[in-house]
Each structure stands twice: as structure tokens, then as C-alpha cells.
Design a protein around this ligand. Structure first.
Ligand code: FEO
Length: 400
């Protein structure tokens, strides 16, 4: 099934309603996803990207209903990750000599994945490919989010094909941003940015400004996942500019795990202290052993500060807390503050260890953290509440 986007540009991708885990087990996709492939039938015919390999045969079969494969003149690969290039191998079995246009890094990645010496044509920013009256303009977009990524722009129809940028994991039969539930769409967009694009925020900011400086009219953005932005496509570009620049809301996230509820009681009373001191500050608590990791990362992204807690175990911290801190380190958040806490019975290293990990992750730390011997009682609970009040002040200050 194809869906017309504008004039001779069509969506020929796959909606994956079942997908719940992406990148192995690394990214939760509560709402499935789509793998967007686009067919442009001008005097010359171009196919932009394919779909994930399990859907190769279905993709080819559907594509054959739209066009004879031999009538495809150009294959464009904006990104070599196999959710977009997976069906390329099956496609090239049918049309082995057709040219594939991608970046030089794209050639390396595609050869690395498929070990085939297809008819590659490397492109650079500003290169053009004529489709007849219209043309495709290529724009390299390294690290949005892989070194090989590129955008391409269809003149005449003013469509930007943006690869993974501006995408989101949202299975939908509606396909266009003005038709889907805005709240669901926005949730998936910010989750996608927080979990996938945060480390590349400098590149995002620079690339958007570069694209704007080209003064190309922009009517539609076709990303590689989720909806097509045909209604006010600049709204997602503006969101990306906000998100790429040390984004934070008036929010604090408390992340913890607990063995016998002592650290949970600390978490809840620290939260109480923050609220008592500063009502308008939203405080969200996540037990990281049960909360979805990617949802937690999204809330960290939205927060001006985080408070992380673990009881001490084996002179260290609980493995789920260690895991989320490693995830946070890798994402390279900037401009955020943090503090630590935890119960203990013997040695009590957890708060210091968490602080060390938070420092390595680039967070500014308020102090040495707070620890409570055994299960918190009245005095310890008051100590946690007071600590929360100090944190409210610390997170509010913007001069540090
Ligand atoms: Fe959707 Fe980076 O692949």
C-alpha cells in the first residue's frame, strides 16, 4: 500500500504495530514504530530508504504493486542502520546494477553490513540529482545520529527527507502529524530526542542552522520513523532547537532502587522536602528496577536536577542504579545538577559512589549526599525532608 504525500511523492514503508523493543533491548517502543520508505515518481524514479529486514519480502511485494522494480532509476540511502537499509539486500537482488546514492561513510557502513560491492555513488552536501523538472539536493548530516546520515531535499515539492532526525517511534495508520493524537506524538518525539539524539545536540543545533541558512522553502518533513510533518513542519524543527540547547523544565527527577524500602522512604521524604520548599517545582519519583529505562531517561532530560539513591550493597550500589547511571553518562547531558542518597547497615559507600558517577556524567553535585543508618526513623525522616528543602534551593539557583 502506498500513501500519496504530495504530487508524485509517495510513502511506501511499513507500519510495525508489534515492536516493543528496538536496538536489541535498548529502546522501548510502547507504541510500535514505522519504517518509512519514499518513492518519488518523476521523469526519473527515486526510492529513498527501505525497511527493516524482517519485512523485506513484504516491502518488495508492495513496491512491485506501485512500480516495476527495473523502472527505479536511483536508490537513495540516507542512513545505513538496518531498520532502513535492511530490505536493500532483497531489493538489490532484483536490481543489482542500479546506483545507490549515499555518503562516503554510508558506503563504508553498507559494505560493513551487507558485504556487497553495489553500484555506490558517494554524495556530499550540495550535490544534486536531477529527476527531470525536480531535483534532489543532498545535505550531509553526520551524527544525526550516525556518521553516515544525510538529508535530501526535493525541489518543487519542498520536501525535506530527514532520515532519523525529527522522527519518533509511533505506529499509526494516519501517517500525518495533523491527523494523530498530538499528546502521543509529542511524548514519542521528546523520548526519541532524549534517548537517541541528546549526545549529538551540538550537531543538531549546527545542522538546523545550516539548513535554515540555505533558505530552501520547507513544506513537508519526511522522517524515517513515525509521522510525516505536513502541518507546520517548522514546529518540530523549533522543538529540536530547544531540546538541543541544554533543555530543562521546572522539574526534578528522583531515581532510586531499594532493598527493604529504607531508600524508598528516603526518596519520598526528600521529595516532600522539595515540594514543601518550592511547590511549583514538579517532582517525579522512579524506582529504576521497575520503571522503563527510556521513560526515566526522558524525565531526566526534562529535569533541571536529579537525585539518585541506592542502599549500599557489597560496598557498592544496586545494579539497576548503576545501569541507569551508565545510560545517563553515555547520553552526555549538560547543564544539570544532582545529589545522592541511600540507606546502609555497615559500610555506607553508596551516596559517595553515586556522586562520583554523577560527576563523571557531567552533573554538578550539591554536596557529599545524605545517608541513613538502617531504616529511617523520625529523626532520619526529618533529615531527608530538610535535605529536600536544600535541594529545592540548589536546583532553583541558576548561577552555579
Ligand atoms: Fe532509524 Fe538510526 O535508524
Amino acid at each position: 500500500m502506498s500513501i500519496q504525500i504530495k504530487n508524485n511523492a509517495y510513502w511506501v514503508g511499513k507500519v510495525d504495530w508489534e515492536l516493543r523493543k528496538f536496538h536489541g533491548d535498548e529502546y522501548s517502543t510502547h507504541r510500535g514504530t514505522t519504517y518509512n520508505s519514499y518513492l518519488i515518481k518523476e521523469e526519473k524514479v527515486a526510492l529513498i530508504d527501505t525497511v527493516w529486514s524482517p519485512f523485506s519480502k513484504e516491502f518488495i511485494s508492495n513496491l512491485e504493486k506501485e512500480i516495476k522494480l527495473k523502472d527505479i532509476d536511483y536508490v537513495i540511502a540516507t542512513h545505513a542502520e538496518v531498520d532502513h537499509s535492511g530490505a536493500l539486500a532483497e531489493l538489490m537482488n532484483h536490481i543489482p546494477d542500479k546506483p545507490i546514492y549515499c555518503t562516503a561513510n554510508g558506503i563504508k557502513s553498507l559494505k560493513g553490513h551487507f558485504h556487497k560491492d553495489w553500484n555506490f555513488h558517494p554524495v556530499k552536501t550540495g550535490d544534486k540529482l536531477s529527476l527531470g523538472k525536480k531535483e534532489l539536493i543532498f545535505i550531509e548530516a553526520p551524527m544525526l545520529h550516525w556518521p553516515d546520515t544525510m538529508f535530501c531535499y526535493l525541489t518543487g515539492d519542498n520536501i525535506l527527507f530527514s532520515s532519523d532526525a525529527f522522527g519518533q517511534h509511533l505506529a499509526t495508520d494516519l501517517l500525518f502529524n495533523d491527523l494523530v493524537d498530538w499528546h502521543e506524538l509529542f511524548e514519542e518525539c521528546i523520548k526519541y530526542y532524549a534517548n537517541i539524539l541528546t549526545p549529538f545536540s551540538n550537531a543538531v543545533d549546527k545542522k538546523i542552522k545550516e539548513f535554515v541558512s540555505l533558505n530552501l522553502p520547507l513544506d513537508i518533513i519526511c522522517a524515517s520513523h513515525g509521522v510525516i510533518w505536513r502541518n507546520n513542519p517548522k514546529q518540530i524543527v523549533e522543538k529540536y532547537l530547544q531540546w538541543a540547547n541544554n533543555y530543562k523544565e521546572n522539574q526534578v527527577a528522583i531515581l532510586y532502587d531499594t532493598m527493604w524500602n529504607g531508600t524508598r522512604v528516603m526518596a519520598e521524604n526528600i521529595a516532600k522536602g522539595i515540594k514543601d520548599k518550592d511547590g511549583p517545582l514538579t517532582v517525579k519519583l522512579f524506582n529504576v528496577s521497575s520503571a522503563d529505562k527510556n521513560d526515566v531517561v526522558t524525565e531526566v532530560f526534562k529535569s533541571k536536577g536529579i537525585v539518585v539513591g541506592s542502599p549500599t550493597i557489597n560496598r557498592g550500589i544496586l545494579s539497576r542504579v548503576a545501569g541507569i547511571l551508565e545510560e545517563i553518562r553515555g547520553l552526555g547531558f549538560k547543564g544539570k545538577k544532582a545529589a545522592s542518597f541511600g540507606c546502609y547497615g555497615w559500610s555506607g559507600e553508596s551516596a559517595k559512589m553515586i556522586n562520583d558517577l554523577l560527576k563523571k556524567a557531567g552533573f554538578k553535585i550539591m554536596d557529599e549526599g545524605i545517608k541513613v543508618l538502617w531504616r529511617p526513623d523520625g529523626d532520619a525522616i526529618n533529615k531527608c525532608i530538610n535535605y529536600g528543602k536544600q535541594l529545592a534551593d540548589y536546583f532553583k539557583r541558576i548561577d552555579e
